[in-house]
Write a protein that binds this ligand. Sequence first.
Ligand code: GUN
Length: 309
Amino acid sequence: MGIAPDRGYDSDLDNPNVAGVHAVTARILDGKALAQQVRQEITAEVALLKAQRHVTPGLTVVLVGDNPASHVYVRNKQNACNAAGMSGQTLRLPADVTPASLIETVESLNADPSVHGILVQLPLPSHIDERAVLTRIDPLKDVDGFHPANVGLLASGSPRFVPCTPLGVRELLLNGGVETRGAHVVVLGRSQIVGKPMALLLLQRGPGGDATVTVCHTGTRDPASFARQADILIAAMGQPEKVNADWIKPGAVVIDVGMHKRADGTLCGDVHYPSVAEVASAITPVPGGVGPMTVAMLLRNTLQAAQRS
Ligand code: GUN
């Protein structure tokens, strides 16, 4: 449910949103600050694991080709691992690597006991079938939660590794005091990385779950009409600033998973922040919202993989 204060509107004439005089500015759900806090907690747990069991959690990221955005994401992930006292490594493979050679790399990481987490950065070059690679990762090292075994565990209600971005969104909602139980959550996008696992997570029983979930996608007629019914709107469709104030129910909580570079080099999300922030009760910024939480949840999954090893 939204967290807007009761403004006690008697009629639409009193409602600044309806009248077009936007007096309300949304509370910012600060992912950067929360991620910092989570990373401090993880750092302490890593130190404990090292002291008590002489185990250093290790994450290896496999990066194929030279997608510039992937290079930035992977550097952030590796640096975050190392800052938490984990062992973070990146294996860089050329864009023309054969599928067999990439799978061989994955198999050797599966067999390496110092590697607790394996992440193959997506997207892969078009000559490689992503599914054929992801299914070869040991499900117990699949800190991305993309292996069908982990997807199945989430779908059947006993999650093991859950994809990091949806986990980060749930953490932002829980920490921000946003009640999901009974709330109508509309997820825009059905990707394997965000939209689909996000919906499954919101359907789980318990804190951060128990929501009524609608998923909109490229086949949905008039997605804005669904978005306007959302108590919590999660935008993950990958279209720069597509969601504007007309898509938002006054007082809704808006989570922006998008990340795009404008022509002038500045960043934006899937949500048109300036207009939506005047209608929503709470909103995540881009950058500094979901992105840092994704990295923090990757560290948490890697720590868990090492603890279970
Ligand atoms: N590309 C964009 N987001 C992700 C992610 O969470 N994991 C992987 N492996 N690749 C991505």
